[in-house]
Ligand binder design. Structure first.
Ligand code: PMP
Length: 386
């Protein structure tokens, strides 16, 4: 009897160690991590500064209630606002991406007293009640989830958005959007679409929520992918890369929203240990110039992928890259993992997602590209021969 409830189909691999962009299994086999543990690894596995910061904190105190002063929280909020450039925003700390989105949508509703939420086709926002209701995947929505107030509009369709606002503008509490959809298959929101969301939210008093759980924290080559469009969201949510593997989430709130005492809260959010981990991440991002690095490496990877035959619909920004693989290459991901020991991500069987650490070295990118090319050539030969 397996007492563990498995939530995903499990590959028969046990990872026991990680350094930078490599991980090792229990037999000592080395794998290249082009998936970053699902966009979670931002500064690299077990970065020495991150380990040290957590260890130092662990020897002092790991957790105490939120009813006392925790200077680490203030330090983290100040650093995040400085690095992201959202200097007059305020940070609410929680534990995961779903929790961040749940609270963001709730806060928007507190703010304007409205109920309706616009989300987009192929979105993923997490698995708590509102977050899952705003996720475009019926299979994971239970009858109890609060779907009645969610409207799904087509992604990047300005006309549909405008029409919906024109007819229902005063009922709309918030619009929640990933600047680059992750689980949906690396679909980039057009800059003009984000600008349209901004202007419609302003016009009708709705709140613009930028779900930056996957595409945020420097991954796109800017701190928030929405920065490319030159817009400020009212609320940014984040998690994954924020802790580099330590669970922590955040809701970054514009000064125009008044978050009052009692509206938000959690037991574990912003505990000492999580803050130490998250601070270490920001310190490394700053010191190693990882946002610029993500842009440079991402552009290099993207341009080299362009020249590989067999890859279709290449898209992405920074180190958030996706491409389609035709049916003839359907074994590509599996072969990369089991024959070449390279982890990649999927969005559906025909999309490969690349989400490596922002600190991945050029050598490692080259290693990936060489193997990818070789494996595509092998698979193509097999198809031609059969
Ligand atoms: N938003 C986005 C864009 C995500 O990709 C995810 C996780 N895949 C979430 C929210 C949910 O985050 P968590 O699993 O930490 O609840």
């Amino acid at each position: 009897m397996n007492n563990l409830f498995n939530v995903y189909p499990i590959n028969d691999i046990t990872i026991t160690k990680g350094i930078g962009s490599y991980v090792w299994d229990d037999n000592g086999v080395q794998y290249l991590d082009m998936y970053g543990g699902h966009a979670v690894i931002s500064i690299g596995h077990t970065h020495p500064h991150w380990v040290q910061r957590i260890e130092d904190q662990l020897h002092k105190i790991a957790f105490y209630s939120n009813s006392i002063k925790i200077p680490l929280q203030e330090e983290l909020a100040a650093k995040l606002c400085q690095i992201s450039g959202k200097t007059d925003y305020q940070l609410f700390l929680c534990n995961s991406g779903a929790e961040a989105n749940e609270n963001a949508m709730k806060l928007a509703s507190f703010h304007n007293g409205r109920k309706k939420i616009i989300a987009f086709k192929k979105s993923f926002h997490g698995r708590t009640s509102l977050a899952v209701a705003a996720t475009d995947n019926q299979k994971i929505v239970a009858p109890v989830n609060e779907t009645e107030n969610i409207i799904f509009l087509p992604f990047n369709d300005e006309k549909a958005l405008e029409k919906y606002f024109a007819e229902n503008g005063k009922e709309i509490s918030s619009v929640i959007i990933e600047g680059i959809q992750g689980v949906g298959g690396i679909r980039i929101a057009d800059e003009s679409f984000l600008q349209k969301i901004r202007s419609l939210c302003d016009k009708y008093g709705a709140i613009y929520i930028a779900d930056s759980v996957q595409c945020g924290y420097g991954r796109s080559g800017k701190f928030f992918s929405h920065d490319y469009a030159g817009v400020d969201a009212d609320i940014y949510t984040m998690a994954k890369g924020m802790g580099n593997g330590f669970p922590i989430g955040g809701v970054l709130i514009s000064p125009k929203i008044e978050a009052k005492f009692g509206m938000l809260g959690t037991t574990f959010g912003g505990n000492h240990l999580a803050c130490a981990a998250a601070l270490a991440v920001l310190e490394v991002i700053e010191k190693e110039n990882l946002i610029e690095q993500a842009k440079l490496r991402g552009t290099y990877l993207f341009n080299r992928l362009k020249s590989i035959d067999g890859i279709e619909n290449l898209r992405g920004k920074g180190l958030m890259i996706g491409f389609d693989v035709p049916d003839a290459l359907k074994d590509l991901r599996k072969n990369l993992l089991f024959n070449h020991h390279i982890f990649t991500g999927a969005a559906n069987p025909n999309v490969i997602r690349l989400l490596p650490s922002l600190a991945i070295a050029k050598k490692q990118v080259d290693e990936f590209l060489d193997v990818l090319k070789e494996e595509i050539a092998t698979l193509s030969t097999v198809v031609t021969e059969s």
